[in-house]
Design a protein around this ligand. Structure first.
Ligand SMILES: *[C@@H]1O[C@H](CO)[C@@H](O)[C@H](O)[C@H]1NC(C)=O
Ligand SMILES: *[C@@H]1O[C@H](CO)[C@@H](O)[C@H](O)[C@H]1NC(C)=O
Ligand SMILES: *[C@@H]1O[C@H](CO)[C@@H](O)[C@H](O)[C@H]1NC(C)=O
Ligand SMILES: *[C@@H]1O[C@H](CO)[C@@H](O)[C@H](O)[C@H]1NC(C)=O
Ligand SMILES: *[C@@H]1O[C@H](CO)[C@@H](O)[C@H](O)[C@H]1NC(C)=O
Ligand SMILES: *[C@@H]1O[C@H](CO)[C@@H](O)[C@H](O)[C@H]1NC(C)=O
Length: 399
């Protein structure tokens, strides 16, 4: 079997030192500790061929065409561009932030563990424009007396960005990192104590990783909230094509440089391709969407090409599950979460996620109205946050 060993780059260390001086660490009502965790990670990854992390946009676009065009027979794409599975081992510097309520925790044995999605780093969970903390889930949780831990996915924020945007930065690596942090929360390696109850909250690709975590490490967390998620892949090919993902250093030349990110690190091409996929007008404030755009984070083509692979049920997960997806989510509901097949016994598309959780102690869905994919940043967010907190408290107080 092939294998690959990844070593930390000096460029990343310089970038990190420059960036940390300016970024917000947490909300006004919490004591937050941000640090770099050097994680030793080993995962079985898809081995790519005929790809190059520094290929030009012409070639990256061609790859995207072939990937999308191969659906639903993904075999055509994998014949040409994938050559099996290999073990990838590396040590990755990942920036994580633990926030404890300023006024104390309701129960210090419990924590919410937050995994963000594509286009963001962990500031998705503590989104604030100036002093306005309306859209910060970390703030809402601290106000409810609950601690949170969040981290920047590999290749985003203050975490390092390995140059290999295919074989290293792809879904199995991200899932292995997600599992590692859950284990560290359990064993007391994050903050000052071990957490006995953990509620995992994912958003979008963070939910895909969270679902994989419940399959591969079913006792690592006690409950899971999958936001901006469903098991219906109908609109996924449309998402890959209509975002028009483009080399990040071309779209945002003042924020990302080719020295920092290889070409296959991508962002949405324009505010309109971003709106189409992520926002439901008029359910959000333009100033919030503008700020999200101004701080957009990249995703590798390797993640995009592996994100839908190997989604399997979690028959051993016995915790509670809630799925929260905006009624107008384009990617996971094709803009209408109530468009279930005729005579369906399920009330909405996200409710089918229950099929992945045959042993869950509890399952339900919550579908906020007038809400697109970025649920934390639509006007419905404050109400959604209370729904998420209520779920977490139910898990924390269950016997
Ligand atoms: C882009 O890369 C491809 C493949 O290497 C090459 O054939 C093509 O000429 C390049 N296009 C530009 C504009 O550089
Ligand atoms: C793509 O896959 C389909 C189904 O497996 C097959 O019928 C077709 O010949 C393939 N096309 C190419 C160009 O390989
Ligand atoms: C705190 O939560 C834990 C579960 O994580 C539970 O066992 C314990 O009884 C709770 N403590 C109080 C004082 O409610
Ligand atoms: C696919 O998922 C299963 C668990 O359902 C896991 O055992 C297997 O390693 C995964 N395969 C790959 C290639 O990631
Ligand atoms: C999947 O989504 C499509 C597009 O919204 C919809 O037509 C179909 O009914 C959905 N299927 C299920 C099983 O939810
Ligand atoms: C839905 O149920 C009705 C009544 O049982 C039946 O007549 C109809 O054929 C069903 N439609 C589909 C698409 O299964």
């Amino acid at each position: 079997m092939h294998s690959l060993l990844y070593l930390t780059s000096a460029a990343w260390i310089a970038t990190f030192v420059a960036a940390i001086a300016t970024s917000r660490v947490g909300p006004s009502n919490a004591i937050c500790t941000q640090k770099i965790y050097d994680l030793d990670i080993s995962s079985y990854n898809y081995m790519f061929q005929n790809v190059q992390s520094d290929a030009n946009m012409t070639y990256l676009t061609k790859l995207n065409q072939e990937y999308v065009g191969s659906f639903p027979y993904a075999s055509n794409f994998s014949d040409e561009y994938e050559a099996g599975i290999m073990e990838v081992t590396g040590t990755y510097g990942i920036s994580g932030t633990l926030c404890v309520p300023l006024t104390g925790e309701k129960n210090a044995s419990n924590v919410q563990y937050l995994i963000h999605g594509i286009g963001y780093d962990s500031s998705y969970w503590d989104f604030a424009v100036g002093d306005d903390e309306t859209y910060s889930y970390v703030y809402a949780s601290a106000a409810a007396g609950i601690a949170t831990f969040r981290y920047d996915r590999l290749g985003t924020g203050l975490s390092e960005a390995p140059p290999d945007a295919y074989n290293v930065v792809q879904k199995p690596t991200d899932v292995a990192i997600a599992i590692k942090f859950a284990e560290m929360l359990r064993s007391g390696e994050i903050g000052t104590k071990a957490y006995s109850k953990i509620v995992l909250v994912g958003h979008s690709y963070g939910s895909i990783q969270s679902q994989a975590l419940t399959t591969l490490a079913p006792t690592a967390v006690d409950g899971v909230v999958l936001t901006a998620y469903s098991a219906n892949a109908t609109a996924l090919p449309l998402w890959w094509s209509s975002t028009a993902y483009t080399t990040a250093s071309l779209v945002f030349p003042t924020r990302f440089s080719p020295a920092e990110l290889t070409n296959a690190y991508l962002v949405t091409e324009s505010i309109w391709t971003s709106q189409l996929n992520y926002w439901y007008f008029p359910g959000y404030s333009q100033s919030i969407a503008d700020y999200a755009r101004a701080t957009e984070q990249p995703v590798t083509q390797g993640v995009l090409f592996t994100i839908a692979n190997n989604i399997t049920a979690a028959p051993e997960f016995k915790g509670a599950v809630r799925v929260i997806t905006g009624a107008n989510d384009w990617i996971f509901c094709y803009s209408n979460c109530f468009a279930v097949p005729p005579n369906s016994t399920e009330p909405n598309i996200p409710a089918y996620v229950q099929e992945l959780y045959p042993a869950a102690s509890y399952f339900d869905t919550y579908i906020p109205a007038n809400t697109g994919h970025i649920i934390n940043l639509h006007y419905s967010a404050p109400e959604t946050f209370q729904n998420m907190i209520q779920f977490a408290e139910t898990v924390f107080t269950a016997l």
